[in-house]
Ligand binder design. Sequence first.
Ligand code: DAK
Length: 256
Amino acid sequence: MSNVIVTREDPIAVVQLNRPEVLNALSEGLLDELVAALEALDSDDAVRCIVLTGNEKAFAAGADIKTQFVEATPISMLKQDLTTRWERVRKIRTPIVAAVSGYALGGGCELAMVCDIIVASETAQFGQPEIDLGIIPGAGGTQRLTRTVGKYVAMELILTGRRVKADEAKAIGLVAHVYPAATFLEDAKALARTIAAKPPVAVRLATEAVDIALNSTLDAGLEFERRSFYLLFATEDKQEGVDAFVNKRKPVFKGR
Ligand code: DAK
């Protein structure tokens, strides 16, 4: 059975992590399949938004502790080269909505944070429990969580390994929406379809601009925003959006 299941519902696609017997622990094999699936979708213009999800019980419970950490040494970890796989996920330009039900722990929480938007079922639990394994987050947790929720909350979560339920995750700004468990995946897909209907070039530049806000100075971010803003005035989709507003009709964007 495949570790990752891709379902096309153009213009969106759903990528489901599929190792339910180990709560979607992120083995090397799963990560390889995930990267391949995301890159294939990213290179297809018909896909304008991706939903990344797990199952009811787990988005992902982190790295596969049994196969990846038990015998691991610094050298073997270096050779596993997990970082390259994670960087490839980060480089996906099609917006990714992480739809989290159940556990998103350690690398699972970090995987959600690599995505562009996080939404949660009311059953979701987020956390960075690495401290209890004698390690620290290694896939961006200390950086992305801190930049997302601020130093003092991030520090408490990382030093204690405490899990945060969906409502608290929403309150601290880690998730955008909490949906009822019964409808959560449909709700996440509806959000993805809303984004998929927007002008793709503007969506792309907006995601890059927001990411730059977490990764650079205010001046550099404002400069990128300004140039992107002007550039969009060269697109057909800008003509379409403005014309649709003026003529009181619904715009149809083409990605040009
Ligand atoms: N790895 C391997 N197996 C896991 C697993 C994991 N992370 N999480 C759960 N499982 C397995 C359990 O061993 C169990 O298997 P069997 O015993 O049935 O064979 C099965 O899944 C069901 O789990 P439980 O029986 O434990 O289920 P419970 O509902 O009682 O508990 C739990 C659920 C999520 C609270 C518990 O399983 C748990 O604490 N899991 C470990 C969570 C954790 O510590 N995660 C952080 C791992 S460290 C990096 C990239 C990534 C990372 C680091 C660096 N680079 C790019 C450099 C990531 C690091 C991590 O994620």
